[in-house]
Each structure stands twice: as C-alpha cells, then as structure tokens.
Design a protein around this ligand. Sequence first.
Ligand SMILES: Cc1cc2nc3c(=O)[nH]c(=O)nc-3n(C[C@H](O)[C@H](O)[C@H](O)COP(=O)(O)O)c2cc1C
Ligand code: SF4
Length: 729
Amino acid sequence: MPEPSARPVVFQLKEAFLTAVPLLPKNAPFSPEEINVLNKVVSRTTPLQRSWLAGFFAGFEVAQGGQAAPAAAARPRVPLTVLYASESGNAEGLAIKAKKAAQKHGLDARVVDIADADMGLLAKAKNLVVYASTWGEGDPPSRAADFYHALMSDGAPRLDGVRFAVLALGDTSYAQFCATGKAIDARLEALGATRAADRIDLDLDFAKQAVEWTQGALAKLAPTDAPSSTVVHADLHSSAQAADEDAPLYTAETPLEAEITALINLNGTGSTRETWHVELASDAPGFTYVPGDAVGIVPENDPDLANPYLSKAHKEAYDLACKISARLLPKTGAYHEIWLDGEKAEDKSGEAAENEEPIYGVHYLPRKFKTVVAVLPDNVVDIFAQDLGFIAIVEKSEVVGYNVTVGGGMGMNHGETDTFPRTADILGFCTPEQAVDVAEKVVTVQRDWGNRELRKRARLKYTIEDRGIDAFRAELEQRIGHKLGKPKSFAFQSTGDVIGWRQGADKKWHLTLFIENGRVKDQTGHALRSAVREIAETRACEFVLTSNQNLILANITAEARPQIEAILKAHGVSITASSGLRRNSMACVALPTCGLALAESERYLPDLITALEDVLDKAGLRDADIVMRMTGCPNGCSRPYLAEVGLVGRGPGLYNLYLGAAFDGTRLNKLYAQDVDNAKILKLLDPLIVQYANERNEGERFGDFVIRAGFVTATPAGNRFHEDVKLAG
Ligand SMILES: Cc1cc2nc3c(=O)[nH]c(=O)nc-3n(C[C@H](O)[C@H](O)[C@H](O)COP(=O)(O)O)c2cc1C
Ligand code: SF4
C-alpha cells in the first residue's frame, strides 16, 4: 500500500481588526533592507517618540541651512458621496477604504449606506462613487431594495451635474453577474449624471482590482485646480500605510503569512461539528494584538488541486495516455479482412496489411488489458483495479515522472478461490520520457508470460501472482534496458468524481453531472436525455465520460455557462445526487442487457439506496461520502470489490455483501454475508450505519470503521481476499 505523504497547504492570516502601528511604506526613499531595519525600530515607538523624531530631523535640516519638507499646500476640498449597497460587507469595506483614499485626492468624502440614502441625497451629490453588490438572482442587497426601486422608478429625480463612477461586485458563477451595479450605472446615466470613470464588474477575487479602480476613479473625480505636487499617492497595497494610523496593518489584500504550529479539533469523537484550536507563529514587524481582536485565516490549496482540469499536470497526463494508446494500438490489418470458407472474401486493410504486428505478434494478448493514468490526489480511474497504471508525480506543477502500477483486476468466479480480485503492485518509478516504452514492454512481458491455457487465470494479475513481482520487474528492466527508480511517496484522497462546477486554470468552466449508474434517460421531472441533447446542440461544451459513470460538460466559457444552467434547470436536471451514498454509487447494467448477469444491478441499486437514505437521515449521515457498488455477477464490472459496501449477484434477488474497502481505492473489501436478499441487506446495514455515526473516529471512513469495529478483517492483498472470512449471523 502506498505511504501517505504530507500535502503542503499554505495558510495565510489576514488581520482584520488589529491595531496598526506606523511603518514606512514600500515607496519610502530607502532601500528595502533599510526600510526593514527602520520598521523594526519604528514599530516599537510611542506617539511621543515619533513626534520627537519628526521634530528633531526637521529642526536639524533647518539648522544645517537645508530646507525641511514643505507642508502640503492647502487645497480646495471637494465633497464626495460614497454610497454602498452591501449584504455581507464587501462593498461596505470598499466604501470605507475609498473614504480614506479620497482624502489624498482632495476629496471630502462621506460614506453612506444606500439603506439610509434617498433620492434627495442623490440629487444633491456633486461627486458620487457607488459600490454595489448583487444578491439572490440578480437582485440588490435586501437593505438596498427601497433605494434601488426608487432609483429605477419614474419618480427618480434628474441628476444633471452629478459626476459618478460605479463599482459592481458579484460572482461569475451566477447568471445575473453584477446585475445591480450594472443597472445602477445605466440608470444614473439615463437620469443625466455624467460618468467620470467606466464601471468595473468584479468577481469574488475583487480586492486588488477594486483598489486600482478606486484610485483611478478618485483621480478622475479629484479637483483639477489642486496643485499636482500636493497629491499624495495612497498605496493601498502597501502593508504599511504610514499615513493612516487607523488602517489595519494586515488585510485580505495584504495578508500576513504565518506558520501553523498547532491544529487541534476541540470536539470529541463522534461529533459532527468541528471547532479548531489554531496556534500561529509570526515574528513579522508591527504585528501586535490585544484580547478581543479577530483574525481571519485563509487556507490556500495548491492550484493544481483546486483546478484539476486543464492544469499543466493533467494536460501532461492526458498527453501520456494518448501516446500510450497510439503505441499500443494494433497495427495489423487483420481486423479489416473477412474470410469465408477459407477464402479471403474482403480486404479493407490497405497499407496495414503489409505491416507486421510489432507488439502483439501473431498471438496477441491472452486476455484484455487495461491501462490508466492518474493525477494525485484523485484516484478517479481506480488505478489499483487496472492491469497497468501510471501515477503522475507532480513537483512545483511539473510532472517529474510516474509511479508504475501493475497487476490490478476485479474479476473472479464464485466458489473458486484460485480466482480473486487483486490490487495492483507499485513496480517502480519512471521519467515522463521512459513511460511509453515501459508501457509497451509491460505488455510484451504479459504477451510472453501470460497464461494461455487457463482463461480464468490469463489476466496480468495472475502472471504476477505466479511469477512474483520481483521476477516481473527484473524481466521488464531487462527489456527496457534500465532499472526503474524507487517509487515516490504519494497519497490518493478518493475514487469519486468531484460533482458540480469547477474552474480550470484557463478560467474555463467544467460541470461534472452525477448520472445515476451512467444511464442518460428522461424521467418524470428529470429530463436528462433531452437536456443533454439540447446542450449538445448549443456546441458550447465538450462531453467527457468519467470512469465513475458520470458526465463532464467541459470547456465552457463564463458567457456560455448561464445558457447551460438554464437548459438544465428547464429540464429539471439536478447536478448532484440525493445523498453521499448515491453520489458514490455505481452499478453495472446486469439484467436484462448482460448475458452473464445472475441478479439485477442497475435496476435495483437506486431503490436500495433510497431505503438506506432513511437510515442515513436518522444517523445524520445523508451527506457522508460512502462508496457503494453493485454488480450482477462476480466479473466485477463496476469494481464492487473496491467499494466500502460491495454487492455481487449470486442468483435472482440474492447477493454477496462485502465490506471494508479503502475509500481511496487502495484496499479490497471482504465477504461479510452470503446470499442475502433486500430485507437482509437492510437488516445488516442499518445498524452498521447507526454504529458508524455514533462511534467513528474523527474523519474515519466507513470502510476503515467496519474493520476497526471488528465486522470484517482487512484484506491486505488479492491473494488473501478469501481468507479470514467471518460471516455475519
Ligand atoms: C445567496 C447569494 C446570491 C448571490 N447572487 C448573485 C447574483 O445573482 N449575481 C452576482 O453577480 N453575484 C451574486 N452573489 C455574489 C455576491 O454579489 C458577492 O459575494 C459580493 O462580493 C457580495 O458583496 P457584499 O458583501 O457587499 O454584499 C450572490 C451571493 C450570495 C451569497
Ligand atoms: S458484472 Fe457481470 S452482470 Fe455486470 S455487466 Fe459485468 S459481466 Fe454483466
């Protein structure tokens, strides 16, 4: 089993309400080192000491015959009204900052909550800056509703002579992006006001652009007759706003990076709540606090984890998959020839017929062969269930190579213990350049070593069981002409798809839709098939089928996203599943489609889950991620032996129940009950779910719990799958 590795997580600290001490700004006329040294001294000074220093240096310059810096010339103060429409405080925060910045532009700013404003105030304003967010579905914040409707009404006053600028806050994941700000901006112009600066529409990462826009807008609204030398550049980015004693030293835009030295969950085991005790260490200059101060902690994920699609690593992994596919494709033209009574009746093979089959020779492979590539931490391809796998090892956003896995597979036969599911072994590490050759040579070893006499033992997993992983590695290394490296440490998180919207590094959107058991069909109130057809007709996205039977609508632009959402909504299509159990469930087709099926699967699992959802509700586990998979026979097409709860058909209405696989797909489950019907399955699982809710350790997965609680023993390797079975009574 792979060793878990620590995942780097950067925590940043924003100090929202801490008392600031004056520090030299970055643009002070000193080198960065000098600023640092001076700040260390200044950060410990009292107001009296600072006044003394200021007087001392000014007096010294005069005594030397020099000139002390002239006091800023008095400038005309021009009134400015800063209005904000805010629900959760973002627009309000920007308005307050704008007031401070306005002083530096010779503007006398007054900040007004739109909830307290009326049309009279608006008409009297000479200069106006509006910060407005959007809520609901394109609505103004609730407190701003009255003002907003008055402004939009026919009774709104003319605003000739008012100069204005609007900053709109919103979220691009909403169809009506920044609707309130846009409407206010248009209405002010329609009422005769003059736009001093173009409106800006900002997404959730608004902080930096808002500061820049505010500076620009204030500069346009500032009195033009003021001597330019008196305009002081207010560097809102600077962590040290020397001129503004009240400003917080560290903010969301200028967070303090601090090391987390302790992180302890204060809630007891079994609690569904989390209260964290966090200890932070920082020796940053000027960082002081008093009891009652509040601190905001902003955890940051590695961008590759937060944006798995279209990240560089995923692109490289995808490219490798394409190259392996191209290399392993049969070159023979035999598939294009038709033979009848010993005579070649048709030959469409063209050039291919001339070519020899370089990899598969005349015998091909003894059985099917599956290859996958995984990008940590998502094991969505269930790599340990596959013949050959490559785990991308990513360092600083670059794929530095791959851990190679071999010998996974699911199928077995009931009652034949020399057949078993098996998790793949980790063979070694190879560089990106070596990977395709490694894939080819693994295939050739299986071609030459695979069991061609006994079909049920023909997969690569049995070749490795029979010959041993060391012998297999030695043979492979001999064929590739070099040794494989030592596997790198890694950790997967889960085998499930992340359902819902995700944004790629290139800002395109990807929607993973939960498709129950992979069946795209119209049902009453949930016309999935019609919705998918209509979406296809828009040509606004690509379709990607996942290894978990779900559907990704990929590469959607921000502009096209509302259209996709509207189509889904119009057809009643919900993006996600009704519970964590359903979200993580899979069934093979089984009856009536599959000739090998012994029992129902696709047509039965949804109903079983509905019944279990009642118990999950009572246990407070409706949203808990628990992996459940079902097949109609032991061939294991939906990978039931890697499910925390696995059900495998034995006969009409009867199943074997397996428990205890690892959530991340690294450990097989174990037989828990044999030949159980629907009633017995519920009778066995109901109390287990309740016990799990009550007794699980913090973060403990269901598959791990059933082992710790003694319901099944862990299966450490495929060849121990049939060992240590204790059937439930
Ligand atoms: C329930 C809810 C509904 C929202 N609706 C919209 C919307 O329709 N359009 C939009 O652009 N942003 C929408 N937003 C995003 C907010 O406008 C955004 O978070 C903004 O920064 C909030 O600013 P405020 O704290 O000043 O209210 C919504 C946010 C929430 C929580
Ligand atoms: S697991 Fe068995 S029943 Fe299900 S699809 Fe595969 S072969 Fe058919």
